[in-house]
Design a protein around this ligand. Structure first.
Ligand SMILES: [Mg+2]
Length: 257
């Protein structure tokens, strides 16, 4: 904690949202960030050089959920960047002209079949998500998602797996690793902390470790927010693990002291 608090103006605190700040809910629209977490991020943003959220949600949606205007948001797994106070996010130029590819692919599938398998579609612009949390037959729904992923791959889309969700996106651009790099770019940070609960968060952790190995950062801390459904590699690759969002919020509490 001493190393993290030593030079607050040169320290970045970055966090995933769902499963990290907000407990996982049955449906994405039911998720809520605890009021204490919102207060802490607000307080930390006054003291630290950068506070930012990196989310699979759209950036404006992440900001609405977290409830702090004055911090940065990278949305849609890094496809969107919304800096403090900005009205609209900037879209990653790497996907220009291909924003609609994933939606077009899904529109070509049999909607009734998706519904029967228990897959729910979430439209996030360039990224389209299929959720099966709470489906009558979660295993059956996941098997159907695997078939769709193979087909999507053949159509030039990139499938990414999360906690009971398959996301289809244009190849190239985005990524939580790119989001970390974009948020830290152009400023002289020495310390960065990142917390996340899922596979895509490991991309962010790896980038932080690279920046440290390259000498651009002196201290990095990757916090794995673990739960019974967390992928095993999360605990293996994190520097520290905490138990669920409550564990991460307790650590934010320490940082704010
Ligand atoms: Mg998450």
């Amino acid at each position: 904690m001493e190393a993290l608090r030593a030079e607050p103006e040169r320290t970045a605190i970055l966090t995933d949202v769902d499963g990290t700040l907000a407990p996982i809910a049955e449906r994405p629209e039911q998720a809520a960030v605890p009021a204490r977490a919102t207060e802490l991020l607000e307080a930390l943003s006054d003291r630290f050089g950068l506070v930012g959220c990196i989310s699979g949600r759209q950036a404006l949606e992440a900001r609405r959920l977290v409830g702090v205007e004055g911090i940065a948001y990278a949305g849609n797994h890094g496809f969107e960047l919304l800096m403090p106070g900005e009205a609209e996010p900037q879209l990653d130029p790497a996907v220009a002209g291909r924003e609609g590819d994933a939606a077009e692919f899904l529109a070509g599938l049999d909607e009734a079949k998706l519904g029967a398998a228990g897959l729910r579609l979430e439209d996030k612009g360039p990224i389209q998500a299929l959720h099966w949390r709470g489906a009558g037959d979660e295993r059956g729904a996941e098997a159907c998602a695997h078939e769709i992923a193979v087909e999507a791959g053949r159509e030039g889309l990139e499938p990414r797996w999360g906690r009971k969700v398959l996301e289809l996106r244009p190849v190239g651009g985005g990524g939580k690793d790119a989001a970390v790099a974009a948020l830290l770019a152009g400023r002289d940070f020495s310390v960065a902390v990142y917390a996340g609960d899922d596979r895509t968060d490991l991309d962010a952790c790896r980038r932080l470790h690279e920046l440290r190995d390259e000498g651009q950062l002196t201290t990095t801390l990757c916090v794995g927010v673990v739960s019974p459904e967390a992928p095993p590699e999360l605990a293996e690759e994190s520097d520290l693990t905490v138990d669920g969002p409550a564990g991460w919020i307790a650590l934010l509490e320490e940082l704010a002291k």
